[in-house]
Write a protein that binds this ligand. Structure first.
Ligand code: TEU
Length: 538
């Protein structure tokens, strides 16, 4: 593989609990994933990113880590993780693991020690404990709220029942935020990085990478001020965060083999996001702009131009994303009247998506994305065209956003449904017993892997062919230039390929002198609405 492999890689996200179950408990696990690595080789991806498989009480499906250096028994053990890394490498796949540095689980030994040691102790200084406001300290230290809903602070109670200090949690109550101004925290994470680098991982996906450093003095959040500053407020994207990534870069550079860091940072401004990608920091960051966009040609052209320019200015590639485990699956998103406003599932209860339209746009969006230079992330199941599960019974929902928002937010369970492997097997072949931790919708049967693999015209086959051609023609490291083709058409040349997406336009005649090499829908001499073609000069 080439140097700086992450510049043009196609990376497949495995959400371990829903990928493949080997022991029949209905939860996916590492041995199950190992057995399916060949599937990913057949699909043609370069690397896999695993969402957390560490020891965890699973208050946030593993993003609440109780031990960064242990595998949760639900998923296997450390020897399974080692076997997974080894086997992936044998098959030519790189492996990224998830690093969750903003917070630990409240069951982590550091937090437990902080509770036991009491106010003013060095143990408490690893987290953000503060006295409350008001005469009896009964008001939280500031007005911050949790991303999942409710207060961002929880008050402790001493063993004798008296109320005590408060601790900050930007996410669930069970996810206390670490204090990254504390050198002990920084050193501890150097150790975690080395632990996994020594095991051979090729890099880390850094969870909420823009939240580690909070503004000095933890000032109140002021919506107007945040708008004026153009940022998200005192808990997001503070300049001090970059020191941490410079430090990590040095740790990674002690190792050979182009180890990489990808930032999960919801920083809306592409120029601010690009700061994370300066040569001495991270290598790539998820570019979430497609998730917030309307299905609209001008918006797509704009996003592509602006993000590529911002990344180019720091010498980094752009990293394209259509879906992940936090957002409504893009087949369903694209089937809503405004895909951009609903990526977190807020609107999906009020409007049932048109998944037929959505699938057409999802396929068109995929060929657009894979035709662009840069790297691309695929979330497990999107290669099957899976829609969101929008009719999950409420009593089965498990995502903390559902509970913490007091049911205002339906949560993210609908994009985390176990993968359908075989149409005729119990549990659609996800587990040997047919158990699945969440039920699969009936629509998943026809979309199962065994129905699509190598089938002409299937979504799976389209992904495979696009990934193969992309690699063969070097599109990921190509130069792209815009082509003028009308308001509703996103069109560009990348190397020998012309990519054309018809976004809501009337069917348009294909340009003369080109042959179709790949298309998201059957085309004759016209490019239909909501379709993408890859063309080559005849
Ligand atoms: O997500 C970061 C994040 O802020 C959002 O994607 C968030 O999950 C969403 O807005 C909630 O509605 C990362 C992980 O990807 C996510 O799964 C975790 O829950 C979160 O961090 C906390 O670790």
């Amino acid at each position: 593989m080439t140097a700086q492999w992450w510049r043009d890689a196609v990376i497949y996200q495995i959400y371990p609990r829903s990928f493949a179950d080997s022991d029949g408990d209905g939860y996916g696990d590492l041995p199950g994933a190992i057995d399916r690595l060949q599937y990913l080789v057949n699909l043609g991806v370069d690397a896999v990113w695993f969402s957390p498989f560490y020891k965890s009480p699973m208050a946030d499906a593993g993003y609440d880590v109780a031990d960064y250096e242990a595998v949760d028994p639900l998923f296997g053990d450390l020897s399974d993780a080692e076997r997974l890394i080894r086997r992936a490498h044998e098959l030519g796949l790189r492996v990224l693991v998830d690093l969750v540095p903003n917070h630990t689980s409240d069951e982590h030994r550091w937090f437990q020690a902080a509770l036991a040691a009491g106010p003013g102790s060095p143990e408490r200084e690893m987290y953000l404990f503060r006295d409350g406001k008001g005469p009896d300290g009964s008001e939280p230290p500031n007005n911050w709220t949790s991303v999942f809903g409710g207060k961002g602070w929880t008050r402790l109670t001493a063993p004798d029942g008296t109320p005590e200090q408060w601790y900050l949690h930007l996410f669930d109550i069970k996810q206390p935020d670490l204090d990254w101004s504390n050198e002990r925290v920084r050193e501890a994470f150097d150790g975690v990085l080395r632990f996994w680098l020594d095991k051979g991982v090729d890099g880390f996906r850094v969870d909420v990478a823009h939240s580690l450093v909070k503004a000095d003095g933890l000032p109140d959040f002021d919506a107007e001020q945040a708008l004026l500053d153009g940022g998200g407020g005192p808990m997001w994207d503070q300049d001090g965060v970059h020191d941490i990534y410079r430090r990590w870069r040095k740790v990674l550079d002690e190792y050979d083999g182009d180890r990489t860091l990808v930032a999960e940072a919801w920083v809306a401004d592409p120029e601010r996001l690009a700061l994370y990608l300066r040569p001495d920091e991270m290598n790539t960051a998820f570019n979430f702009q497609f998730l917030d966009s309307r299905w609209d040609a001008a918006s797509y052209r704009d996003i592509i131009t602006r993000t590529m320019a911002a990344d180019d200015a720091v010498g980094a590639p752009t990293t394209w994303v259509l879906s992940n485990h936090d957002v409504v699956r893009h087949v369903s998103r694209f089937g809503l009247s405004d895909p951009g406003s609903s990526h977190e599932g807020l609107g999906i209860r009020d409007e049932q998506p048109d998944n037929e339209v959505g699938l057409r746009r999802a396929r068109a969006g995929t060929l657009l994305m894979l035709g662009l230079p840069g790297s691309a992330y695929i979330y497990q199941g999107e290669e099957l065209g899976l829609p969101e599960h929008t009719t999950l019974p409420d009593e089965l929902r498990q995502d903390p956003t559902w509970f913490r928002s007091e049911h205002a937010h339906v949560g993210r369970d609908g994009c985390r449904i176990p993968i359908p492997w075989e149409a005729d097997a119990p549990g659609l072949g996800f587990s040997p017993t047919g158990e699945t931790w969440l039920p699969q919708p009936e629509s998943y049967r026809a979309l199962a892997v065994d129905q699509q693999i190598d089938q002409p015209g299937s979504t799976w086959t389209m992904y495979r062919d696009a990934i193969a051609l992309r690699r063969q023609l070097g599109l990921g490291s190509g130069e792209m230039t815009w082509v003028e083709a009308g308001d509703d058409i996103v069109a560009f040349d990348n190397g020998p390929i012309r990519v054309m997406t018809n976004v809501l336009g009337a069917p348009m005649p294909l340009p003369e002198g080109f042959d179709v090499v790949l298309s998201s829908m059957p085309v004759d001499d016209e490019l239909p609405t909501d379709a993408t073609v890859w063309l080559r000069r005849s």
